[in-house]
Write a protein that binds this ligand. Structure first.
Ligand code: ADP
Length: 605
């Protein structure tokens, strides 16, 4: 798709030109025109004229050091520079000249105010009015306001051969299937009209950031070969109440003209938030939303305008917006699964040169939980790394390193750990890995490193999921907590002290344990009662407690108990394998980075 940009000079541009012209006129041309009527003559000529008694009026201009005078009948005006002349007054008196008033007429004060202040303002307003009327006519209606603020300024993409297609969007098969129907309708609306089927007016794409929602919307337009209007929800919200609503009207007017077409509103939660009637609420946003609701009601079904909208906070949308008849279809665009990740990697890898060692499946397994945008970033980081190292091809190592870059940041080149710190970090990481490996259900270790990263991690253990995971059993979750506590357990075992290195582990372990008790019903006492609800599913998954104070205390107690139990379990595993722990920690301390195979070899030796 190609974006079509409207060449448009802002109105302010015209105003500046007019202002400049007026200023030039006022300050340069007017005095110049006045000057023109005066002839400059020498002092000798002035004396001559006084002697011939051919001088009418005289004005001595001390400030400018000049004498301005007329001839006898006042038909010509002359000017001469002043010369030290004690007889001047006498001479003038003898010649019968009159010392009266100004010769080069200054304008009357009223006229001068009129010309220099009122007139420009009047011209200014007149031109402004003319221009805005002209622009309004061009925009086609009274909706657009002065300065063009009421215009939708949506980006318009027209059909073009290199448009995004469904094949460019990897994975997301369910979403594509859902949207294929829309494409079919846009190709062949008659088929639907015949049966009396109404296609959805609006489709809401929901999912976490970077999963390809925008891409999918563009792909629908690309496949259907229709114009595509794209605008972000936040672009509607203006400083003045009513502007946003006017933009909505303008957008829909344009869309109806271009029908069949697709209107895409990104981040619709910016305008579509629930109207909660709070004091000091956002009037502008509510008006904009009301206008959107009205517009969506206003156009009849099957008129060829399809509205796609994307959001990652569907729960915050106003129910009026999501009711049938408006956005009546919701298409989830979730984080890609293993197969999806592999496909996305392949799509993006087409743009870079690869050597034959690259194993996409392994990369996809390593990057579990990554969104499409992150995967695209991983491929690009790998390509950048290849260039940095003067290679022509991207290798498997590049891709693996770039996963770490995306997850944990770049290697810190100048972070120098003391010897003791390095030993502690090595022991900590081996603690995680060992606990993970010894629990049969934990994912195998892929890599362990104690090279500090810019994210602040001093080292980490990378685990790789073997396949897709949709469900996790209670045992698996418990093992995960045990693995998280393994680092600290190892430190305690070997150094008999705790360090700050475990703060992230503690956070994650607590979160998991809390979810198990409050949301997954994995506590005996609460049975299947939800103590917590997730409020922000796609953005970090914040949750809010919904239980009494006593229950909260009980939850806290159980969380502590659960984590403690797993911590003890981890400590036991490590104690049983104390020699391996020491051996592996020493090995890691020396090598700084070891692979999963090396780890397993030493463990099983
Ligand atoms: P969203 O709108 O969901 O936040 P975008 O559609 O803007 O995400 O995607 C951002 C970028 O991520 C895209 O430009 C593309 O490079 C990449 N991407 C995301 N999902 C996919 C996918 N399923 N297939 C291919 N590329 C993807």
């Amino acid at each position: 798709m190609q974006e079509v940009k409207k060449p448009r000079k802002p109105l302010i541009y015209y105003y500046i030109i007019v202002l400049a012209v007026l200023l030039i006129f006022n300050f340069l041309l007017m005095p110049w025109a006045a000057e023109r009527r005066v002839t400059e003559v020498g002092y000798d000529r002035f004396i001559e004229m006084t002697e011939e008694e051919d001088v009418g009026q005289v004005e001595i201009n001390q400030e400018d050091n000049e004498i301005v005078f007329t001839d006898k009948d006042g038909s010509a005006i002359y000017k001469t520079g002043m010369v030290e002349d004690p007889d001047l007054t006498r001479r003038l008196y003898d010649s019968g000249a009159k010392f009266s008033g100004q010769i080069v007429e200054q304008m009357s004060p009223i006229l001068s105010i009129l010309l220099s202040w009122i007139l420009p303002v009047v011209i200014f307003i007149a031109i402004g009015q003319y221009m805005s009327r002209k622009l309004m006519k061009k925009a086609g209606g009274p909706n657009s306001m002065i300065f063009g603020n009421g215009k939708s300024n949506a980006k318009v993409y027209v059909k073009s051969s290199e448009g995004i297609r469904f094949s460019d969007v990897a994975g997301e098969d369910e979403a594509k299937e859902n949207l294929a129907e829309i494409v079919d309708y846009l190709h062949n609306p008659g088929k639907y009209r015949e049966v009396g089927a109404a296609v959805p007016k609006g489709i809401l794409l929901v999912g976490p950031p970077g999963t390809g929602k925008t891409m999918l919307a563009k792909a629908v337009a690309g496949e259907a070969n229709v114009p595509f209007f794209s605008m972000s929800g936040s672009e509607f919200v203006e400083m003045f109440v009513g502007m946003g609503a006017s933009k909505v009207r303008d957008l829909f007017r344009q869309a109806k003209e271009k029908a069949p077409c697709i209107v895409f509103i990104d981040e619709i939660d910016a305008i579509g938030q629930k109207r909660d009637g709070r004091v000091g609420g956002n009037d502008e946003r509510e008006q904009t939303l009301n206008q959107l609701l009205t517009e969506m009601d206003g156009f009849e079904t099957n008129n060829g305008v399809i509205i796609l909208a994307a959001t990652n906070r569907p729960e915050s949308l106003d129910p009026a917006l999501t009711r049938p008849g408006r956005f009546d279809r919701r298409v989830p665009v979730e984080l890609p699964d293993l197969k999806g990740r592999e496909e996305i990697l392949k799509v993006h890898a087409k743009k870079v040169k690869l050597d034959e060692t690259v194993d996409f499946n392994k990369i996809a397994r390593m990057a579990s939980g990554a969104s499409g945008a992150e995967l695209a970033n991983i491929v690009n980081e790998a390509a950048l790394r290849a260039v940095r190292e003067n290679r022509r091809f991207v290798t498997q190592a590049d891709l693996e390193e770039s996963i770490e870059v995306v997850i944990a940041g770049y290697q810190k080149k100048n972070a120098i750990l003391t010897d003791q710190e390095k030993k502690v970090v090595a022991c900590h990481e081996i603690g995680h890995a060992l606990v993970a490996a010894k629990q049969s259900n934990s994912a195998p270790v892929q890599k362990i490193t104690i090279v500090p990263r810019t994210s602040g991690a001093l080292g980490y253990t990378m685990q790789v999921e073997e396949g897709n995971h949709y469900l996790m059993s209670q045992e698996e979750l418990e093992n995960k907590i045990a693995t998280l506590t393994g680092g600290r357990a190892a430190e305690e075992l070997v150094f008999h002290s705790a360090s700050t290195g475990a703060s992230n582990d503690i956070e994650q372990a607590t979160k998991l344990a809390r979810s198990m008790i409050t949301r997954y019903g994995m506590s005996k006492d609460f049975d299947m009662v939800a103590m917590e609800t997730v409020t922000n599913q796609y953005l970090g998954g914040d949750s809010s407690l919904s239980c009494s104070m006593e229950t909260q205390t009980e939850i806290d107690r159980q969380v502590v108990e659960l984590v403690k139990k797993q911590h003890e379990k981890a400590a036991k595993i490590l104690e049983e394998n104390r020699t391996k722990l020491n051996e592996l920690a020493d090995y890691l301390y020396e090598k700084e980075t070891i692979t999963g195979e090396e780890f397993m070899r030493i463990l099983n030796a």
